[in-house]
Design a protein around this ligand. Structure first.
Ligand code: GLU
Length: 412
């Protein structure tokens, strides 16, 4: 029996891409090894005076194509293996979208819901100061991920800047606008998921107007994707959070209003369903936009959607993926579908470097053109090499990093 974990999934995807590209075994050695790993203890003084210790991580998986780039996750399940897996995915994602970055990920094993705002700030500042020697606008640029947001980025930017002695907005992306954030960054991942969904529908010949969509997850990705999909004319029929799903709500905006007010999805008059029932709805598009491994050997069989668009990172295990392939379901893989976030992070970093800020239209237009280019490349390579879209996306991403390695050569 194979044990499936985000790291084993990521490693088997890399193995597959290397084999399909026909790269030498040396490529596996260089590409399967994270370049720098920092594990830190993060002490926190709770509001009541107690001191607690948390494990924090920063993994710089690759710096071959540029500074490493990737989010910071606050979640109780964060550990070193998961952080390595997510940093690996960031590497292929940045290469696939042709951003001049390597890949990184960081995080703290903590449930942010258990922290007061002040505690969250102290934890974030201490974590930042622990990883400070290895981050910076030219080295490694953190950003939000599950459990972190623009407030965390503001504290990280401030901690770094105070230590530098001057303001360094380019050290993180996903900042508030007034601190050098970019217009459109908050909704970027969801906007990109919607672009990927629209294009996948086109490829499958399904009418966009009225196409039905179920979304697992109502966080930064799921919510903004739902808004953008509705604006494009699709019908979001079901949404879930960690506690389960809901269908039969009048609109995403109304459900969001209720969710903000009551912190639950018990919308009056709507039907509740389990997360598994949501995955198995008879819809045109299923968007897993929560955590890893939600489409597995166990849940894969019941999926009826024609298209799966991966809003989350690593939501499908290899055995889940095999089931989707056998069923002929078109899967838009995570490194393409959710790349909108890091693409607009790149725009933010460019704007910070130049101290020149773009309009919302410019951001949206440039996001769309980068995503459409990557989408077309994935579609064409899949058709040419007779592989799935995931295999195609990985071949492009991994191939670019391998080529950069080859051209740079090995020092000494
Ligand atoms: N955390 C996001 C991701 O997984 C964004 C990373 C970034 O903006 O650097 O793609």
């Amino acid at each position: 029996m194979t044990t499936e974990s985000p790291l084993s999934t990521a490693r088997s995807q890399l193995r597959g891409a290397i084999d399909q590209l026909g790269l030498p075994e040396n490529a596996w050695h260089t590409l399967s090894t994270p370049r720098r790993i920092l594990q830190v203890a993060v002490p926190l003084r709770r509001d009541n005076g107690d001191i607690e210790m948390y494990n924090g991580y920063r993994v710089q998986y690759s710096t071959t194509r540029g500074p490493s780039k990737g989010g910071v996750r606050y979640h109780p399940d964060v550990d070193l293996d998961e952080t390595i897996a997510l940093a690996m995915l960031m590497t292929w994602k940045c290469a696939l979208t042709n951003l001049p970055y390597g890949g990184a990920k960081g995080g703290i094993a903590v449930d942010p819901a258990t922290l007061s705002d002040r505690e969250n700030e102290r934890l974030t500042r201490r974590y930042t100061s622990e990883i400070l020697p290895i981050i910076g606008p030219e080295r490694d640029i953190p950003a939000p991920d599950v459990g972190t947001d623009e407030r965390n980025m503001a504290w990280m930017m401030d901690t770094y800047s105070v230590n530098a002695g001057f303001s360094v907005p380019g050290v993180v992306t996903g900042k508030p606008i007034v601190l050098g954030g970019s217009l459109g960054r908050t909704s970027a991942t969801g906007d990109g998921v919607a672009i990927a969904t629209r294009e996948a529908l086109r490829v499958r010949g399904i009418n966009i107007e009225g196409a039905t969509v179920a979304i697992q997850g109502f966080g930064k990705v799921g919510y903004w994707a739902a808004v953008a999909l509705e604006n494009m004319g699709m019908k979001v029929v079901a949404i879930s959070d960690v506690n389960g799903g809901v269908k039969g709500f009048p609109s995403v905006a109304k459900l969001w209003e209720h969710f903000q007010l009551h912190q639950n999805l018990d919308f009056p008059g709507a039907d509740r369903l389990t997360n598994e029932e949501l995955l198995h709805l008879d819809v045109d598009v299923l968007i897993p936009a929560a955590l890893a491994d939600s489409i597995s050997e166990k849940t894969g069989l019941g999926i009826k959607a024609k298209i799966v668009v991966e809003g989350a990172n690593g939501p499908t295990t290899p055995s889940g993926d095999a089931i989707l392939r056998d069923k002929g379901i078109l899967v838009v893989p995570d490194i393409l579908a959710n790349s909108g976030g890091v693409i607009v992070s790149y725009f933010e970093w460019v704007q910070d470097k130049q101290n020149y800020f773009w309009s919302a239209e410019e951001v949206k237009g440039n996001l769309s053109s980068i995503m459409m280019k990557a989408f077309k490349e994935v579609e064409e390579t899949a058709a040419k090499k007779l592989v799935t879209w995931r295999e195609s996306a990985l071949m492009i991403g991994v191939g670019r990093v391998a080529e950069a390695h080859r051209l740079r050569g090995l020092y000494p």
